[in-house]
Write a protein of this length. Structure first.
Length: 198
């Protein structure tokens, strides 16, 4: 297994650690709030850094593999949905946004498998890139909110922070939905799956 794929495996391993870290105060009491927040921050930063590095290294050194093509988007989906479950439990992500994003992510994984079956790549679009940027932005803002809430008194600006997060998650859900519709439209227009047996 090459270095980019090892970084992806690291990211996959960090996902359950992030989830466990988030729930430490719920399971063992509020005295674990600080260690929970610190662990979450470390897991998130390491996961995002590994996600950034694995793609760059794979492209720069021509280390793109079939396993990496499947594992990397799976890692993205698993990590983002895990983060969003925690943010939804925290009350900073609207449930309807999570549902839209979850349905989109699983649907895209299904479409990607179909396209790989016929030897076609998923076409890139601006909504997909916007979705990726918004996922990252909302995750960073949410982690920042949790960190500041743990270590500082943010009661004076809490309402504003929650409003900003609501808008950010709503934009993420919109970009997510639009990217799926655009992908679907491109696939139908290209007739890429027309040769599949039914």
């Amino acid at each position: 297994m090459n270095l980019p794929n090892k970084l992806t495996v690291l990211r996959l391993c960090l996902v359950p650690v992030f989830f466990i870290s988030y729930y430490l105060p719920s399971w063992f009491g509020s005295s674990f709030s600080v260690i929970s927040t610190v662990l979450m921050l470390i897991c998130y930063a390491t996961a995002e850094l590994s996600d950034l590095l694995d793609g760059k290294i794979a492209r720069k050194h021509n280390l793109v593999t079939d396993l990496g093509k499947v594992m990397d988007p799976f890692g993205d989906t698993l990590s983002h949905l895990t983060f969003f479950v925690c943010f939804m439990d925290k009350g900073i992500m609207p449930v309807w946004c999570f549902i839209i994003i979850m349905w989109r992510e699983f649907s895209i994984l299904f479409l990607r498998m179909l396209m790989m079956k016929v030897g076609k790549a998923m076409p890139a679009n601006i909504w997909g890139k916007s979705k990726t940027c918004l996922y990252a932005a909302t995750s960073i803002l949410s982690i920042a909110y949790i960190v500041f809430e743990t270590f500082f008194d943010i009661s004076a600006v809490e309402g504003t922070c929650l409003t900003v997060l609501y808008v950010a998650f709503a934009l993420s859900a919109l970009a997510s939905l639009m990217s799926f519709i655009t992908y679907l439209n491109s696939i139908f227009k290209s007739h890429a799956l027309s040769g599949m047996t039914r």
